[in-house]
Write a protein that binds this ligand. Structure first.
Ligand SMILES: C[S@@+](CC[C@H](N)C(=O)[O-])C[C@H]1O[C@@H](n2cnc3c(N)ncnc32)[C@H](O)[C@@H]1O
Length: 273
């Protein structure tokens, strides 16, 4: 269910929501250097972009987001820990922010972080994550039915084919395994959604332009979030591509969402493309 879009998850989140979200968006999209519509899904562009901002991403992600994104990652970690997984794969692990939270919650599990941008993984290494691999999330180097839980935080939106990616995740998940996606969305409540859209498309680029000297780069952020499936559209995509259940929970009024999908115990893989 989409849930209550007005609910804040903690008093800290409530307090920092406007300021922290601006900064977090600023960080997450520092890589965007073009107003072109779909470059955010071009693998070569995404790889080059994250290579160029790897060190800034790490610094700003934790210092300037003021912990809002941390609370969302902790929520994902809690969902994962409830499954008692033996083998967890964090796709698009980047600097390892999500993998580190999941590892903390599941210290006895095997956890692998995979990303196709090696410079981002250099920062993940500093967290002491035990297994990090350079790999494309669209073509994972794991056997069919080998992983208990796959997590992906702020990575799916930049992948070249969303349905193809979740099918690939379903392929490597064990029957009964779980996929947890954390990514940006929009507030479900129209009263909040309209001004938030205005903020995303007009105010955010202004603020980000002042902070970074590159206003144009942030015009593209709003378009990327608009295009990405959210709520029921995301759960429908998951149900059509290898999962038997799927749910969506909005975070901080819906500016991010967490999606949980299960690969049915009897499932043999994804449905045809
Ligand atoms: C915004 S960072 C997210 C990092 C981390 N998961 C987090 O929660 O902060 C997005 C990451 O996705 C990675 N990525 C995008 N497309 C990918 C793909 N097809 N395969 C592997 N990694 C990918 C990028 O290299 C980048 O490191």
């Amino acid at each position: 269910m989409w849930g209550d879009p007005w609910r804040f998850d903690s008093s800290r989140e409530h307090f920092f929501f406007p300021f922290g979200s601006v900064l977090f968006f600023t960080l997450a999209f520092m890589a965007s250097d073009s107003a072109s519509a779909n470059r955010d899904q071009d693998p070569a562009f995404v790889q080059a972009a994250f290579t160029s901002i790897a060190s800034r991403y790490v610094l700003t992600n934790h210092v300037l987001s003021m912990g809002i994104d941390v609370s969302w990652r902790k929520k994902v970690a809690k969902i994962v820990a409830a499954r008692n997984p033996e083998f967890i794969l964090d796709v698009a692990t980047g600097s390892g922010d999500l993998a580190a939270e999941v590892w903390k919650a599941c210290p006895d599990a095997r956890i692998v972080g995979a990303d196709f941008c090696a410079p981002m993984l250099e920062h993940a290494k500093k967290r002491g994550l035990p297994e990090l691999i350079v790999a494309d999330g669209m073509d994972l180097p794991f056997d069919d039915g080998s992983v208990d839980v796959i997590t992906i935080g702020y990575g799916l939106r930049n992948m070249e084919n969303w349905a193809g990616a979740v099918r690939e995740f379903s392929r490597v998940l064990k029957p009964g395994g779980t996929l947890v996606i954390l990514d940006f969305s929009l507030p479900a409540n129209p009263v909040l959604r309209a001004p938030y859209r205005f903020y995303l498309h007009h105010i955010l680029p202004l603020i980000a332009g002042v902070l970074t000297g590159n206003r144009q780069a942030y015009q593209y952020l709003g378009e990327s979030i608009e295009r990405f499936p959210k709520g029921d559209d995301m759960t429908a995509m998951l149900l059509e591509n290898g999962y038997t259940t799927a749910s969506a929970t909005p975070l901080a009024t819906g500016i991010s969402s967490v999606y949980v999908a299960e690969k049915g115990a009897a499932a043999t893989g994804a449905s045809p493309a």
